[in-house]
Design a protein around this ligand. Structure first.
Ligand SMILES: CC(C)(COP(=O)(O)OP(=O)(O)OC[C@H]1O[C@@H](n2cnc3c(N)ncnc32)[C@H](O)[C@@H]1OP(=O)(O)O)[C@@H](O)C(=O)NCCC(=O)NCCS
Length: 208
């Protein structure tokens, strides 16, 4: 499923972060963030079962992310510190849900947890989802029990809609997982959740 609306910004700047599309040369930063966070990520991110990956595998992965981003199919962003010296985590605007909606996913490295980074990045992506991509709604989908993750949409004013049983792909060989869906609709969005952010398109032109 690709996105029919305007594409996501290539780069977003917030108070403490740069949220931008990956480049293959980010592979060492991505590898460092994940390798140092395996125990923290494993309970909730099914892709961790394929970790740790080599630098070559990470480079290939990022080439794929970048190519999907350029094609407007899936907007996967890295979350970097403002000077881009460290990858703080990963996020993205994913058109994989029903029409008009973009889903935000996220993770943060263990050493950067509980410092408000994902609240800051998710607020920024929510704003660009509505103001740049013209989404009608933004969703965040979380496995019940992931209390840390529930805190993010709650803090930003998303509405908890429902918990659907056995709806997410399972972990290797495991059963399908339940999912709780949080939604924010365009008419309920308050831009003051992400004040002062700047966003740039593929040419580097400021669009927000
Ligand atoms: C879930 C996750 C992304 C949160 O990122 P974060 O940057 O640490 O979150 P924030 O600091 O912005 O926290 C926002 C709120 O969430 C809640 N929260 C975050 N971490 C928490 C924890 N360890 N325990 C309980 N509540 C927590 C709090 O309400 C917090 O607000 P507060 O600090 O003002 O009390 C992070 O814990 C993570 O990467 N977990 C592993 C991967 C994952 O679960 N990804 C999400 C899949 S849906």
């Amino acid at each position: 499923m690709s996105w029919d609306g305007p594409p996501a910004p290539y780069r977003i700047e917030t108070e403490r972060l740069v949220i931008r599309c990956y480049e293959p040369r980010d592979a060492p930063l991505l590898k460092d963030a994940i390798d140092s966070s395996l125990d923290h990520l494993r309970p909730w991110m099914p892709w961790v079962e394929h970790e740790p990956q080599t630098l070559e595998e990470k480079t290939e992965l990022l080439r794929g992310f970048r190519s999907a981003f350029d094609a407007g199919e899936n907007f996967i962003h890295g979350i970097f510190r403002s000077d881009e010296s460290e990858l703080v985590g990963g996020t993205g605007l994913h058109p994989r849900i029903e029409e008009g909606g973009l889903e935000i996913g996220y993770w943060v490295r263990a050493s950067a947890a509980r410092q408000g980074f994902v609240t800051e990045s998710t607020a920024a992506l929510t704003r660009v989802g509505f103001e740049v991509c013209a989404a009608d709604r933004i969703e965040i989908r979380i496995e019940p029990g992931n209390e840390a993750s529930f805190g993010v949409p709650r803090k930003l004013g998303f509405v908890e809609e429902a918990t659907l049983r056995r709806r997410l792909p399972g972990r290797a060989g495991g059963p399908l997982r339940d999912v709780t869906i949080f939604t924010m609709f365009r008419e309920d969005f308050d831009p003051s959740i992400a004040p002062g952010i700047r966003a740039f398109d593929a040419r580097g032109e400021q669009i927000l």
